[in-house]
Write a protein that binds this ligand. Structure first.
Ligand code: CO8
Ligand code: FAD
Length: 627
């Protein structure tokens, strides 16, 4: 794929910065660009090319950020509509709908969340009642809280969507299932009868994504519109359950995995901007007769930024590793083997929250590290934060997902105590949780994180059991222990992040040139040391670290910052973002931040005329006491 060709297509890049457009103009501009972008990408992507799907996805996601400072209203079409057809449709449904969706003959989205419920999927209220006489489902939104609310592209872009609704047959509920629903006429784009559609309004970010609401008034669709790969409704209304009701949640698992790679990209982008700016910005004069240093030479600045470089690498390695697990579990599911689905679900429920929590915090730190100029929208750090923090909530709110992961961890621990074997990424829970002598090595520290996780999980199980013994119901005990449960999940997630980063890096180390290997391993060391210091309380409590060891760890951390400093600019250059993709006055490769700030300032509509009309209308009469 020729990125240069993609970006040079006229009209894809904005002349007027997006932030100066009205809400309506932003949408219209983003549709114009989405169409152009699709056509351009499509013409550069060869269907027969042997590029794997995740590389393609990564490329698209990265290039998209050059075109949209925010995001495209087609986002949900690619990230959830198509994957749901693939994951939930029968062979026949896939064949029919994929052809139409891939060619963009139809544009779709994924409508699950409602005004009243997002987290609690079993609480969704949209009804799909089967009518065996006409062989149709009747879609209905019985109350305001049952209106779909949030789906990207739903408001004015999509003409189809997958609706997650509660299936009723002969008065009996059969749980939540996916339905392919046409919502707009293919010719006029008018909402179909019985369908109420609109946009949900301005948000912190995602303002070009066209998030919408959707309500149904006894809207009928034919039986074949239920995506029936897992569960089926026969013509006479017989319900055939799938092998596991949670297979219906498959698209969410896929997107949670995708989010980990997205966070690696977003963070890499933010730290490239902040680090390049830190290399050209000079401030203060620590030594009287010497020039002002680059702010990157302040160790506090390195402390803010280098961990973001290392974290981006850590998320990337973890994401690639998680994709492999995802693909292998998907293959197993296709042949009816469900055994490894719970582990994949638990892993995604740990890594999606941790990657979004860290990326969000570190992107904000990158913004703050740019001082006043970081506050400018033209720096593109605020918008990047807006996109990252959305991922904290969407696709499963982070606390909720950590509690889901805790559910698996608690179950695994209770089973282990009863003598059942532990497998996969939880196998380490069976290991030694006794305190070993602290040796300060990377492997030793990672082992300490595993000990912390074992101790936190075993301790919270004890807390739960004690609450239950004291008479609390399991649900009340769970809620009361939930702060510790999320902490146990976080500890497990940290152990996974650290050990996978280290082991994946080790695997690659052999093929790297010695100097490159050295620098990349310094990043691993920095990451492990940073987190050991961040979690020093846990280390003191559960590992055998002493205050002298902490002292050494702190010194090692400072030495690592110094060792990485000469390569810091090279490390962000190696992320290889084009200027158009960074879309930032502060982060361009040539370092002309001040010139770009001024050039961008001149694009403000207020600078189009020397005197604004409000002077004559309000200010002058006001200052003369005539208003
Ligand atoms: C880049 C892309 C942009 C995307 C834009 C954003 C798009 C969206 O946000 S779309 C909407 C996404 N919505 C969500 O993610 C909702 C979050 N909520 C959930 O996923 C679920 O309701 C959840 C998991 C919290 C709880 O579900 P619930 O049915 O109550 O399950 P629960 O009773 O807790 O658990 C039942 C069992 O199912 C399992 N389970 C739950 N979810 C899954 C799953 N996805 N896969 C496999 N197993 C699962 C649990 O592990 C549990 O197993 P066990 O009984 O053995 O312990
Ligand atoms: C930018 C954006 C885009 C989105 N796009 C889509 C889309 O395309 N399609 C779609 O269907 N949806 C979409 N969503 C909706 C999103 O998936 C939900 O907002 C998300 O799943 C969280 O659910 P909620 O809003 O119901 O939060 P709530 O569950 O109401 O969360 C509020 C608070 O309650 C807490 N809480 C809730 N339940 C529990 C519990 N069991 N235990 C402990 N604490 C709990 C949470 O931790 C949180 O602090 C989008 C959301 C955003 C922000």
């Amino acid at each position: 794929m020729d990125e240069q060709k993609v970006l040079s297509i006229k009209g894809l890049l904005d002349d007027t910065p997006e932030e100066y457009l009205s809400h309506k103009e932003k949408y219209e501009n983003s549709i114009r660009k989405s169409v152009l972008f699709y056509k351009t990408l499509h013409s550069t992507e060869d269907e027969n090319m042997s590029v794997d799907e995740k590389t393609k996805l990564n490329f698209r996601n990265i290039v998209t950020s050059a075109i949209f400072k925010d995001n495209s209203p087609f986002m949900l079409h690619n990230s959830m509509f198509i994957p749901t057809i693939m994951g939930q449709g029968t062979d026949e449904q896939r064949e029919y709908w994929m052809k139409r969706a891939k060619n963009m003959e139809i544009i779709g989205t994924y409508a699950q969340t409602e005004l009243g419920h997002g987290t609690f999927i079993r609480g969704l209220e949209t009804q799909a009642t089967y009518d065996p006489d006409t062989e149709e489902f009747v879609l209905h939104s019985p109350v305001l809280s049952s209106y779909k609310w949030w789906p990207g592209g739903l408001a004015h872009t999509a003409n189809y969507c997958i609706v997650m609704a509660r299936l009723y047959i002969k008065g009996k509920s059969h749980g939540i299932h996916p339905f392919m629903v046409q919502i707009r006429d293919e010719e006029t784009h008018m909402p179909l009868p019985g369908i109420k559609l609109g946009e949900i309004g301005a948000k912190l970010g995602f303002n070009t994504v066209n998030n919408g609401f959707l309500g149904f008034e006894n809207h009928r669709i034919s039986r074949d519109r239920m995506l029936m790969k897992n569960a089926q409704v026969l013509k006479d209304g017989t319900f055939v359950a799938g092998s596991n009701s949670k297979l219906t949640y498959g698209t969410m698992v896929y997107v949670r995995v995708l989010i980990v790679s997205n966070m690696a990209n977003m963070l890499a982008k933010a730290v490239t901007i902040a680090l390049r700016y830190s290399a050209i910005r000079r401030q203060s004069q620590p030594k009287p007769d010497e020039p002002e240093p680059q702010i990157l030479d302040y160790v506090t600045q390195q402390h803010k930024l280098f961990i973001a470089i290392a974290s981006s690498h850590a998320f990337y390695m973890n994401a690639m590793w998680l994709w492999e697990i995802y693909y292998s579990v998907s293959l197993q599911l296709a042949s009816g083997k469900l055994d490894n689905l719970p582990e994949l679900h638990a892993l995604a429920c740990c890594l999606k929250p941790l990657s979004t929590i860290d990326a969000t915090a570190m992107i904000e730190k990158c913004r703050l590290a740019c001082g006043g100029h970081g506050y400018m929208l033209s720096a593109n750090l605020a918008q990047t934060y807006g996109l990252a923090t959305a991922a904290y909530t969407y696709e499963g709110e982070n606390t909720v997902l950590l509690l889901q992961a805790a559910r698996s961890l608690v179950k695994a621990w209770v089973g282990h105590v009863k003598g059942r074997p532990l497998k996969g990424t939880m196998a380490y829970l069976a290991g030694d949780s006794t305190v070993k002598a602290w040796d300060g090595s990377i492997d030793g520290i990672i082992q300490s994180f595993k000990v912390v996780a074992i101790r936190k999980i075993s301790s919270v199980v004890k807390i739960l059991q004690d609450y239950e013994k004291s008479g609390l119901s399991p649900e009340d005990a769970w809620n009361k222990a939930s702060v510790f449960l999320t902490a146990a999940s976080e500890a497990h997630g940290r152990a996974v992040l650290l050990s996978v980063y280290k082991s994946e890096m080790d695997k690659r180390a052999a093929v790297l040139s010695p100097p490159l290997r050295k620098v990349l391993l310094q990043l691993v060391d920095l990451y492990v040391t940073y987190w050991a210091l961040e979690k020093v309380g846990d280390m003191l409590l559960y590992a055998s670290i002493t205050d002298k060891d902490v002292d050494e760890l702190q010194r090692r951390y400072i030495e690592l910052l110094a060792a990485i400093r000469p390569n810091a600019v090279g490390l962000v250059d190696a992320f290889d973002f084009r200027d158009e993709i960074l879309n930032s006055t502060l982060g361009a490769y040539d370092g002309r931040a001040y010139e770009r700030l001024m050039e961008e300032a001149m694009k403000s509509p207020l600078n189009a005329e020397p005197v604004n009309q409000t002077f004559h209308k309000y200010l002058k009469p006001f200052m003369r006491g005539k208003l």
